[in-house]
Design a protein around this ligand. Sequence first.
Ligand SMILES: [Mn+2]
Length: 396
Amino acid sequence: MESSDLSDISTTLMGAHHVAISGHINPDGDCLGSVLALASALRICGIRADMLLADDGLPELYAFMPGYRGFRPASAYDGHPDLFVALDTPTPKRLGCSFPVMQRTPVTITIDHHPDMQDYADHSYCDVTAGAVGMMVWDLIELMGVTPTPAIATACFTALITDTGRFQYQNTTVSAFEHAARMQAAGAVPSQISREVYQNRSISCVELEARAIANIHFGDQGRLVYSWVTEQDFVQTGATRDDAESLPDILRSLRGVEVALLMREEGGTIRASMRAKGARDVGAVARALGGGGHAAAAGFTFVGTVDEAIERVVPMLFVGATADADTTAANRFVGATPTQLFAAINSKDTLDVPAPPDTPADPAIPSAPSPAATTPVCPRQVPTTSPASDRNVEQS
Ligand SMILES: [Mn+2]
């Protein structure tokens, strides 16, 4: 295992005959666009490139990207490539069904931008300052000597716009805009891509959003917001799993909110997505719960019910939200019982917080909890006894 630079990786790629490329499970715009762009560039060089899906899901949202139907589930893949590339995937676990393919491939590469990337390949390249892996793939394609086609530019721009939240997140750097300019010059049409990704919602998606808005609860004097959607909500609205993608950002967009948590019920588990504004680091909380991600956007899976997840996770976010840069704050509470967590939250030590933000006066915005509420009160009351299953967290 070694840390390589992009030109080493370019050389390795150009020497290959048959490459398999995969992103992570629950694929997003960055991993799908990055895989598509790199595969296109390799094919231009006369190298066979197979695009693998780490799980069976392929979101229709990104079907406008040229070559999209070329993805195939890794679970049904029986090829024997001589080179494997993992993009946007920090851990082998996130490679899902693509990991066995990686294991039977003689040479392996990872290119990523997650702060928690593990060194699990022969060659790995990680740039945590890159807004999207699509930017790194763009640089790599230039190093390969390939002139980016409009299809490559469209795929990379889609990666960039989705991972920077339309150039709104903290990872929107000068370099992100410079890359965007080069992608547009090569044929990406930002207005068209934005229309496909953001102006293309189903009524089911909006109805699911209404359910999530109806479940909104505040904690930490309005700085924390959380909500959830149940399996029943999906059935009744006809919404798909992909339709839930926009929900965390809706929560974060609320005035005064610094940390947002959206829980999605799926089988016996809760898929949780967190978003942060400003200096808050939800990535640390996600890692403490067995998940991962970035400071501003992270997630984890929780084995249990919505109520159990609220009881377990909301206090951690509350403490994290009051700890500023102290990313170890959340870790201190791993393994604690709910009773211990709430005791800690109620202690003066962890409530030494700055003055609360102005309470929103707009009647359209759900009112913040009263100043007397010094705990992250869930209207779904936390039981006084503690039947919560802490064991589930460690398993997720
Ligand atoms: Mn990414």
